[in-house]
Design a protein around this ligand. Structure first.
Ligand code: B1M
Length: 217
Protein backbone atom coordinates (compact mmCIF):
# COMPACT_ATOMS: atom_id res chain seq x y z
CA UNK A 1 0.00 0.00 0.00
CA UNK A 2 2.89 2.34 0.76
CA UNK A 3 4.04 1.77 -2.80
CA UNK A 4 0.66 3.11 -4.01
CA UNK A 5 1.25 6.34 -2.10
CA UNK A 6 4.74 6.69 -3.55
CA UNK A 7 3.31 6.15 -7.04
CA UNK A 8 0.60 8.75 -6.37
CA UNK A 9 3.33 11.16 -5.27
CA UNK A 10 5.21 10.58 -8.51
CA UNK A 11 2.03 11.24 -10.50
CA UNK A 12 1.20 14.40 -8.54
CA UNK A 13 4.54 15.85 -9.63
CA UNK A 14 4.42 14.65 -13.25
CA UNK A 15 0.88 16.10 -13.45
CA UNK A 16 2.11 19.34 -11.84
CA UNK A 17 -0.74 19.05 -9.35
CA UNK A 18 0.25 21.07 -6.27
CA UNK A 19 -2.94 20.35 -4.37
CA UNK A 20 -2.53 16.59 -4.78
CA UNK A 21 1.16 16.79 -3.86
CA UNK A 22 0.39 18.76 -0.70
CA UNK A 23 -2.43 16.37 0.28
CA UNK A 24 -0.18 13.34 -0.27
CA UNK A 25 2.55 14.91 1.86
CA UNK A 26 0.01 15.40 4.67
CA UNK A 27 -1.20 11.84 4.22
CA UNK A 28 2.36 10.54 4.45
CA UNK A 29 2.83 12.30 7.79
CA UNK A 30 -0.54 11.04 9.08
CA UNK A 31 0.38 7.48 8.10
CA UNK A 32 3.81 7.65 9.73
CA UNK A 33 5.82 7.43 6.52
CA UNK A 34 9.37 8.71 6.96
CA UNK A 35 9.34 12.21 5.38
CA UNK A 36 12.68 11.57 3.74
CA UNK A 37 11.31 8.39 2.11
CA UNK A 38 8.30 10.38 0.91
CA UNK A 39 10.67 12.84 -0.73
CA UNK A 40 13.16 10.37 -2.17
CA UNK A 41 10.89 7.45 -3.13
CA UNK A 42 7.94 9.59 -4.18
CA UNK A 43 8.25 13.24 -5.10
CA UNK A 44 11.88 13.24 -6.29
CA UNK A 45 11.17 10.31 -8.63
CA UNK A 46 8.41 12.42 -10.16
CA UNK A 47 10.57 15.51 -10.63
CA UNK A 48 13.32 13.37 -12.17
CA UNK A 49 10.83 11.96 -14.67
CA UNK A 50 9.73 15.48 -15.62
CA UNK A 51 13.37 16.54 -15.94
CA UNK A 52 14.11 13.60 -18.24
CA UNK A 53 11.02 14.31 -20.35
CA UNK A 54 12.08 17.97 -20.61
CA UNK A 55 15.62 16.93 -21.54
CA UNK A 56 14.38 14.90 -24.51
CA UNK A 57 11.73 17.36 -25.67
CA UNK A 58 8.69 15.46 -24.37
CA UNK A 59 7.88 18.08 -21.73
CA UNK A 60 8.10 21.85 -21.91
CA UNK A 61 8.95 24.75 -19.64
CA UNK A 62 5.38 25.15 -18.26
CA UNK A 63 5.51 21.46 -17.27
CA UNK A 64 8.80 22.10 -15.47
CA UNK A 65 7.31 25.13 -13.70
CA UNK A 66 4.20 23.25 -12.55
CA UNK A 67 6.23 20.23 -11.45
CA UNK A 68 8.59 22.53 -9.53
CA UNK A 69 5.66 24.21 -7.79
CA UNK A 70 4.08 20.87 -6.88
CA UNK A 71 7.43 19.68 -5.53
CA UNK A 72 7.78 22.81 -3.42
CA UNK A 73 4.23 22.41 -2.07
CA UNK A 74 5.06 18.87 -0.93
CA UNK A 75 8.45 19.79 0.54
CA UNK A 76 6.89 22.74 2.42
CA UNK A 77 4.58 20.29 4.23
CA UNK A 78 7.34 17.77 4.93
CA UNK A 79 9.99 20.33 5.87
CA UNK A 80 8.89 20.99 9.50
CA UNK A 81 8.51 17.25 10.01
CA UNK A 82 12.06 16.66 8.78
CA UNK A 83 13.41 19.47 10.93
CA UNK A 84 11.62 18.24 14.06
CA UNK A 85 13.29 14.85 13.71
CA UNK A 86 16.68 16.46 14.21
CA UNK A 87 17.68 16.28 17.82
CA UNK A 88 18.35 19.47 19.71
CA UNK A 89 22.04 19.76 20.23
CA UNK A 90 24.78 22.35 20.29
CA UNK A 91 25.24 24.17 17.00
CA UNK A 92 27.62 22.20 14.83
CA UNK A 93 28.60 25.41 13.01
CA UNK A 94 27.18 28.19 10.85
CA UNK A 95 26.52 27.42 7.20
CA UNK A 96 25.89 30.11 4.59
CA UNK A 97 23.89 28.47 1.82
CA UNK A 98 22.66 29.67 -1.56
CA UNK A 99 22.19 28.96 -5.25
CA UNK A 100 24.73 30.65 -7.52
CA UNK A 101 24.15 33.80 -9.51
CA UNK A 102 22.10 33.23 -12.66
CA UNK A 103 20.41 30.12 -11.26
CA UNK A 104 16.94 30.04 -9.70
CA UNK A 105 16.66 26.33 -8.84
CA UNK A 106 16.05 26.06 -5.11
CA UNK A 107 14.34 22.76 -4.28
CA UNK A 108 17.52 20.72 -3.78
CA UNK A 109 19.21 23.54 -1.88
CA UNK A 110 16.17 23.81 0.39
CA UNK A 111 16.44 20.09 1.17
CA UNK A 112 20.14 20.42 1.90
CA UNK A 113 19.39 23.36 4.23
CA UNK A 114 16.66 21.43 6.03
CA UNK A 115 18.85 18.39 6.57
CA UNK A 116 21.76 20.52 7.81
CA UNK A 117 19.47 22.40 10.21
CA UNK A 118 18.00 19.14 11.45
CA UNK A 119 21.54 17.93 12.08
CA UNK A 120 22.48 20.85 14.29
CA UNK A 121 23.95 23.36 11.84
CA UNK A 122 22.83 26.98 11.91
CA UNK A 123 21.82 27.61 8.31
CA UNK A 124 21.68 31.07 6.72
CA UNK A 125 19.87 30.53 3.42
CA UNK A 126 20.53 33.41 1.02
CA UNK A 127 18.08 32.08 -1.56
CA UNK A 128 18.70 31.85 -5.29
CA UNK A 129 20.60 33.90 -7.88
CA UNK A 130 23.08 34.95 -5.20
CA UNK A 131 26.05 37.09 -6.28
CA UNK A 132 29.45 35.73 -5.16
CA UNK A 133 30.17 38.77 -2.96
CA UNK A 134 26.96 38.18 -1.02
CA UNK A 135 28.11 34.70 0.00
CA UNK A 136 31.42 36.15 1.14
CA UNK A 137 29.97 39.09 3.09
CA UNK A 138 27.46 36.86 4.86
CA UNK A 139 30.23 34.37 5.69
CA UNK A 140 32.22 37.16 7.30
CA UNK A 141 29.16 38.52 9.15
CA UNK A 142 28.18 35.21 10.76
CA UNK A 143 31.72 33.78 10.99
CA UNK A 144 30.58 30.83 8.92
CA UNK A 145 32.31 27.48 9.19
CA UNK A 146 30.98 26.43 5.80
CA UNK A 147 29.75 28.16 2.67
CA UNK A 148 27.45 25.85 0.70
CA UNK A 149 27.00 26.64 -2.96
CA UNK A 150 24.37 24.97 -5.11
CA UNK A 151 24.20 25.06 -8.93
CA UNK A 152 21.77 23.18 -11.17
CA UNK A 153 22.84 24.37 -14.61
CA UNK A 154 26.01 23.46 -16.45
CA UNK A 155 26.10 27.14 -17.47
CA UNK A 156 26.07 28.40 -13.86
CA UNK A 157 28.28 25.88 -12.08
CA UNK A 158 31.35 27.94 -12.97
CA UNK A 159 29.94 30.63 -10.66
CA UNK A 160 30.80 28.31 -7.76
CA UNK A 161 34.42 29.15 -8.51
CA UNK A 162 33.59 32.88 -8.27
CA UNK A 163 32.28 32.35 -4.73
CA UNK A 164 35.63 30.85 -3.77
CA UNK A 165 37.37 33.84 -5.34
CA UNK A 166 35.10 36.27 -3.47
CA UNK A 167 36.03 34.57 -0.18
CA UNK A 168 39.66 34.89 -1.19
CA UNK A 169 39.19 38.61 -1.91
CA UNK A 170 37.92 39.17 1.64
CA UNK A 171 40.85 37.17 3.07
CA UNK A 172 38.47 34.50 4.36
CA UNK A 173 39.42 31.52 2.26
CA UNK A 174 41.59 29.84 4.89
CA UNK A 175 38.90 30.26 7.56
CA UNK A 176 35.88 28.90 5.70
CA UNK A 177 35.23 25.52 4.10
CA UNK A 178 33.39 25.54 0.79
CA UNK A 179 30.99 22.73 -0.09
CA UNK A 180 29.49 22.50 -3.58
CA UNK A 181 26.64 20.45 -4.99
CA UNK A 182 23.82 20.32 -7.51
CA UNK A 183 22.84 18.01 -10.37
CA UNK A 184 25.71 18.78 -12.82
CA UNK A 185 28.34 19.09 -10.09
CA UNK A 186 30.82 16.23 -9.63
CA UNK A 187 33.64 15.51 -7.23
CA UNK A 188 36.08 16.12 -10.08
CA UNK A 189 34.57 19.58 -10.63
CA UNK A 190 34.79 20.29 -6.90
CA UNK A 191 38.47 19.35 -6.96
CA UNK A 192 39.07 21.43 -10.10
CA UNK A 193 37.78 24.60 -8.45
CA UNK A 194 39.47 23.66 -5.16
CA UNK A 195 36.30 23.43 -3.13
CA UNK A 196 36.79 21.64 0.19
CA UNK A 197 33.75 19.43 -0.04
CA UNK A 198 31.16 17.97 -2.38
CA UNK A 199 27.94 16.06 -1.85
CA UNK A 200 25.61 14.31 -4.27
CA UNK A 201 22.50 14.68 -2.16
CA UNK A 202 21.11 16.16 1.03
CA UNK A 203 21.98 13.18 3.23
CA UNK A 204 25.56 13.09 2.01
CA UNK A 205 25.73 16.86 2.47
CA UNK A 206 25.28 16.36 6.21
CA UNK A 207 28.03 13.72 6.33
CA UNK A 208 30.30 16.00 4.31
CA UNK A 209 29.52 19.07 6.43
CA UNK A 210 30.35 17.14 9.59
CA UNK A 211 33.61 16.02 8.04
CA UNK A 212 34.44 19.60 7.09
CA UNK A 213 33.94 20.94 10.61
CA UNK A 214 35.66 17.89 12.08
CA UNK A 215 32.62 16.91 14.10
CA UNK A 216 31.00 13.56 14.85
CA UNK A 217 27.83 15.29 16.04
CO1 B1M B 1 15.33 23.55 -14.65
N1 B1M B 1 16.78 22.54 -15.50
N2 B1M B 1 15.65 25.04 -15.87
N3 B1M B 1 13.82 24.36 -13.77
N4 B1M B 1 15.04 21.89 -13.83
C1 B1M B 1 17.14 21.25 -14.91
C2 B1M B 1 18.25 21.41 -13.87
C3 B1M B 1 17.60 20.41 -16.20
C4 B1M B 1 18.60 19.29 -15.88
C5 B1M B 1 16.35 19.87 -16.96
C6 B1M B 1 16.73 19.10 -18.22
O1 B1M B 1 17.08 19.70 -19.20
N5 B1M B 1 16.67 17.77 -18.17
C7 B1M B 1 18.18 21.55 -17.10
C8 B1M B 1 19.66 21.86 -16.88
C9 B1M B 1 20.55 21.32 -17.99
C10 B1M B 1 21.95 21.63 -17.66
O2 B1M B 1 22.36 22.75 -17.60
N6 B1M B 1 22.73 20.58 -17.41
C11 B1M B 1 17.31 22.73 -16.70
C12 B1M B 1 17.11 23.89 -17.50
C13 B1M B 1 17.75 23.86 -18.87
C14 B1M B 1 16.36 25.01 -17.06
C15 B1M B 1 16.12 26.32 -17.80
C16 B1M B 1 17.36 26.91 -18.51
C17 B1M B 1 14.95 26.08 -18.78
C18 B1M B 1 14.65 27.25 -19.70
O3 B1M B 1 14.33 28.32 -19.26
N7 B1M B 1 14.78 26.96 -20.98
C19 B1M B 1 15.65 27.25 -16.65
C20 B1M B 1 16.82 27.97 -15.96
C21 B1M B 1 16.35 29.06 -15.05
C22 B1M B 1 17.51 29.59 -14.22
O4 B1M B 1 17.87 29.02 -13.22
N8 B1M B 1 18.11 30.69 -14.66
C23 B1M B 1 15.04 26.25 -15.72
C24 B1M B 1 13.99 26.55 -14.86
C25 B1M B 1 13.41 25.65 -13.99
C26 B1M B 1 12.16 25.97 -13.15
C27 B1M B 1 12.15 27.39 -12.57
C28 B1M B 1 10.98 25.82 -14.07
C29 B1M B 1 12.16 24.79 -12.11
C30 B1M B 1 12.86 25.16 -10.77
C31 B1M B 1 11.86 25.43 -9.67
C32 B1M B 1 12.56 25.67 -8.36
O5 B1M B 1 13.65 25.18 -8.05
N9 B1M B 1 11.90 26.45 -7.55
C33 B1M B 1 13.06 23.76 -12.79
C34 B1M B 1 13.10 22.38 -12.43
C35 B1M B 1 12.04 21.92 -11.45
C36 B1M B 1 14.10 21.49 -12.95
C37 B1M B 1 14.23 19.97 -12.71
C38 B1M B 1 13.13 19.27 -13.48
C39 B1M B 1 14.20 19.52 -11.28
C40 B1M B 1 15.21 20.20 -10.33
C41 B1M B 1 14.91 19.73 -8.93
O6 B1M B 1 14.27 20.42 -8.17
N10 B1M B 1 15.30 18.47 -8.63
C42 B1M B 1 15.69 19.69 -13.30
C43 B1M B 1 15.87 18.29 -13.86
C44 B1M B 1 16.51 17.38 -12.86
O7 B1M B 1 17.26 17.78 -11.99
N11 B1M B 1 16.28 16.11 -12.99
C45 B1M B 1 15.93 20.87 -14.14
C46 B1M B 1 14.98 17.82 -7.34
C47 B1M B 1 16.02 18.17 -6.30
C48 B1M B 1 15.69 17.43 -5.00
O8 B1M B 1 17.27 17.70 -6.78
O9 B1M B 1 18.07 20.03 -7.27
O10 B1M B 1 19.44 18.01 -7.97
P1 B1M B 1 18.52 18.66 -7.02
O11 B1M B 1 19.22 18.67 -5.58
C49 B1M B 1 19.82 17.52 -4.99
C50 B1M B 1 21.30 17.33 -5.35
O12 B1M B 1 21.67 17.93 -6.58
C51 B1M B 1 22.03 17.84 -4.16
O13 B1M B 1 21.16 17.55 -3.08
C52 B1M B 1 19.83 17.81 -3.49
C53 B1M B 1 18.87 16.98 -2.68
O14 B1M B 1 19.17 15.60 -2.72
N12 B1M B 1 22.38 19.26 -4.06
C54 B1M B 1 23.40 19.63 -3.23
C55 B1M B 1 21.81 20.36 -4.57
N13 B1M B 1 22.43 21.45 -4.13
C56 B1M B 1 23.41 21.04 -3.30
C57 B1M B 1 24.34 21.76 -2.54
C58 B1M B 1 25.24 21.03 -1.75
C59 B1M B 1 25.21 19.65 -1.73
C60 B1M B 1 24.30 18.92 -2.44
O15 B1M B 1 26.16 21.63 -1.00
C61 B1M B 1 26.10 23.01 -0.82
Amino acid sequence: MVDDIYQAMVTSITDGDSEAAEALARRAIAEGIDPLDAINKGFVVGIQQVGEAFGCGQAFLPDLVLAGEAMKAAVAVLDPELASRGQQRETAGDVVLGTVKGDIHDIGKMLVGTMLSASGFQVHDLGVDVPPERFAHKAREVKAAIVGVSALLSTTMSNQRLVIEALDDLGLRSQVKVMVGGAPVTRTWAETIEADGFAEDAIRAVVEARRLVGSNA
